[in-house]
Design a protein around this ligand. Structure first.
Ligand code: FAD
Length: 377
């Protein structure tokens, strides 16, 4: 195989995919709209950490990256429920108490994958290349770069450019696919709990949840002993708290144990952005046997099962397997990849929506505590 492969998006899925394709001896160019992230600052308030489970670790294991990534991971063996009043309630994820999901820094994971892709033979990474146009039949791509518009050509184009995928947009404009995006009437905002006296302010062995009926907050530990909290609130309710006093008062009554742990809470609240949440349905994920979507670009989901990145990693493993099973024929591998992955991604999309109700409401109910446990967050 000597095809030139263009991957658009050097996020989690794109950089992992480059590593897998390089092992097949393919020439891969990874195009990323952002500047080189290594050595830079994380974007404020944008999903700093991720829960990576066995599904994602399996992919990392296959490219010998699992030990490096897990060295800084914080295993969370259960969830810690924070009621408005009363004691905390730890609910372990497995009967043995040993199984865990892992809190991992998104930036460190992406950087490790970029390092691995860069070190792989035949892979080139071009930052500050934002895809503007794609002719999927001709394999022609046009990027916006600091030096102006740049044209590139590839035999195969893989869109790993996230939920708002430009590749998907171009395929849609060509009439090669249809899409449906179901936005949730909820947004998310991140807050921070710093280390207290050099130690974690909460138990780092748990995923913390503040279920509040129609809304909730969660917190995951970071290697620097801080926690990143994420509020999932109805859209519009963020703006309703428009003074420092109103913000403080709301947290004092609804999240009373958070306030003493988060000295920057009001500042974080006022300055961190509100992110949108939604589910992307695309049909089909591939066109002409030479263009396909991977990860969130094909099937972004809401984050309540902590499985979007894990699922994107599974796509990569399956696409690679399909290339193996078809003797490297992209024309046969791409439809096969979609066929094998679609049912699973549709199932997790539904489960992720259902788990929002579970997390924000049912985990706090006594019936739930007595009778039922689910595997993950
Ligand atoms: P992305 O990570 O979005 O990467 C896309 C890349 O493409 C980016 O680098 C972007 O800059 C680039 N790009 C975009 N447009 C262009 C363009 N036009 N040209 C060139 N490059 C472009 N998943 C989990 O498994 N566990 C979790 O705990 C978890 N928590 C989450 C919490 C929140 C609040 C959110 C919002 C998501 C969470 N997810 C989680 C989901 C996870 O973040 C995504 O599923 C995952 O990032 C998908 O990876 P991706 O590579 O497909 O897309």
């Amino acid at each position: 195989m000597s095809e030139r492969v263009a991957i658009v998006g050097a996020g989690l899925a794109g950089s992992l995919l480059a590593c897998f394709l390089a092992r097949r001896g393919l020439n891969v160019t990874l195009y990323e709209r952002r500047p080189e992230p290594r050595g830079g600052q994380a974007e404020r308030g944008r999903s700093i950490n991720l829960a990576i489970s066995e599904r994602g670790l399996d992919a990392l294991r296959r490219i010998n990256l699992v030990d490096q990534v897990m060295a800084d991971a914080l295993p969370m063996k259960g969830r810690m429920i924070h009621p408005v009043e009363g004691p905390l309630d730890f609910q372990q994820y497995s009967a043995s108490g040993e199984r865990a999901i892992n809190s991992i820094s998104r930036g460190a994971l992406n950087n490790a994958l970029l390092d691995a892709a860069e070190a792989a033979p035949g892979v080139e990474i071009r930052f500050e290349h934002r895809l503007l146009e794609l002719d999927s039949q001709a394999g022609k791509l046009i990027f916006e770069t600091p030096a102006g518009k740049v044209e590139a050509h590839a035999d195969v184009v893989l869109g790993a450019d996230g939920a708002g995928s430009a590749v998907r947009g171009q395929l849609l404009a060509e009439g090669a696919l249809s899409e449906e995006v179901d936005f949730l009437d909820y947004g998310y905002k991140e807050l921070s709990i710093p280390a207290a006296g050099g130690e974690f302010a909460l138990d780092p062995g748990a995923l913390h949840i503040w279920p509040r009926g129609t809304s909730m907050m969660i917190a995951l530990p970071n290697p620097d002993r801080s926690f990143t909290c994420t509020l999932f609130w109805p859209t519009g309710s963020f703006d309703a708290l428009n003074t420092s006093a109103a913000i403080e008062e709301h947290f004092r009554t609804q999240y009373p144990d958070l306030l003493p742990l988060a000295p920057e809470l009001v500042d974080d609240y006022r300055h961190n952005p509100v992110g949108v949440l939604g589910t992307v349905h695309t049909q089909p994920w591939q066109a002409h046997g030479r263009t396909a979507l991977v990860g969130d670009a094909a099937h972004a989901i809401v984050p309540f099962y902590g499985q979007g990145a894990n699922c994107a990693f599974e796509d990569v493993v399956e696409l690679d397997r399909c290339l193996g099973d078809t003797g490297g024929s992209w024309a046969r591998a791409l439809p096969l990849y979609e066929h094998r992955r679609r049912e699973n991604t549709e199932a997790i999309a539904e489960m992720a929506l259902a788990n929002f109700v579970e997390m924000r409401d049912k985990v706090a109910s006594p019936v739930f505590r007595l009778g039922k446990r689910i595997e993950h967050a």
